[in-house]
Design a protein around this ligand. Structure first.
Ligand SMILES: Cc1ncc(COP(=O)(O)O)c(C=O)c1O
Length: 325
């Protein structure tokens, strides 16, 4: 199992709990049983990767109620990214938060939840274009166990180059562009690593397969700028805010490959990985094997998403009041 991608839990992990996939999905304008939410073989998005998607988490709070993390921000990003595909749908970001709330109430997952919205070209068409292809938005949910890697993850710098803004914009979270990430992950796993860090065409650090990258040098925490072919990660923004609030010096600046080998610490951020310390890059251990800063940021992040730190309560949308054991 990769340390960084949220994936479907194996049946053996379920331990008698409810199945991971939610019984209901939002599909073609309504809530339907998950099994009926099916697209045709001729669907444009299936043939050409013409969709944008999101990954959102809902976290159990201290009282076991469920709260959506950055729900509005994720749906706003989805709809904005749709513009890259000339896609638009009648649902607003607020509508989609409401739909997700209803879905989560019906699906009654145990524990934390992963939510996958997808805005896609639904037309049955083999025309290679973007307009007039019947845009739709769908949402499904799954229970998500705690896949937090312990002891730091091992990453490699990929020989695959991050997809450039002039090819398929990395900032767009466009489904087709994830072939780029999948190529890098595949090679990383084959080489015994947990994940890959991809570089831009001119050799600067871009991001990991499904996460943003941070380096720590003394009191400075730095992450590549958005123009270096990265997704403007919502967790990236949250971590920059947490780090500033905690008194760290933060910088969005270009990062050379060599800095990955020289940094005191490297960590990844994303909805899936949350805040994941990196133990080694290309088998070179990072400087501080205690992950002092990474674990400090990680602890602050968990306090925020579990509703323990009231400064970040506005990041959360309450979903259910009732408790699930
Ligand atoms: C390529 C890529 N970079 C970064 C991220 C992290 O983004 P976020 O923090 O919005 O989940 C993701 C995950 O969605 C991703 O797929």
């Amino acid at each position: 199992m990769t340390a960084v991608e949220p994936i479907l839990p194996a049946a053996a992990d379920l331990d008698g709990r409810r199945p991971p996939l939610g019984a209901w999905a939002y599909f073609e304008g309504g809530l339907v049983p998950f099994g009926s939410a099916q697209v045709s073989l001729a669907t444009h998005a299936l043939n050409y990767g013409t969709s944008v998607f999101e990954g959102i988490r809902a976290y159990r709070q201290a009282d076991m109620s469920l709260a959506l993390l950055f729900g509005h921000e994720h749906f706003a990003r989805l709809l904005r990214n749709g513009r890259l595909l000339r896609a638009s749908v009648p649902e607003s970001a607020d509508d989609l938060v409401g739909i997700t709330r209803e879905l989560l109430r019906r699906n009654e997952h145990d524990g934390d939840v992963y939510i996958r919205p997808i805005l896609y070209k639904a037309a049955h068409s083999i025309r290679v274009q973007l307009s007039d292809l019947d845009d739709r938005v769908a949402v499904f949910t799954m229970a998500l166990g705690d896949y937090l890697p312990t002891g730091g993850i091992r990453v490699t710098v990929s020989s695959w180059q991050r997809v450039a803004d002039n090819a398929i914009p990395a900032r767009g979270k466009i489904a087709g562009s994830y072939v780029n990430a999948a190529q890098a992950t595949e090679d990383a796993h084959a080489g015994g690593y947990d994940d890959a860090i991809l570089l831009t065409a001119d050799g600067h650090v871009a991001e990991a397969s499904a996460a943003n990258v941070f380096v720590v040098f003394g009191p400075e925490i730095a992450t590549p700028p958005l123009v270096d072919d990265v997704l403007p990660g919502i967790t990236r923004t949250a971590v920059l805010e947490i780090a500033r609030d905690a008194g760290y010096a933060v910088a969005e600046r270009r990062i050379d490959r060599s800095e990955l080998y020289l940094a005191d610490e490297v960590f990844l951020t994303g909805t899936g990985v949350q805040v994941a310390p990196v133990a080694s890059v290309d088998k070179r251990p990072v400087g501080d094997q205690a992950f002092t800063v990474s674990l400090d940021i990680q602890a602050r992040y968990f306090d925020a998403v579990r509703g323990i730190d009231p400064r970040y309560a506005h990041w959360l949308t309450p979903i259910t009041q009732e408790s699930h054991p």
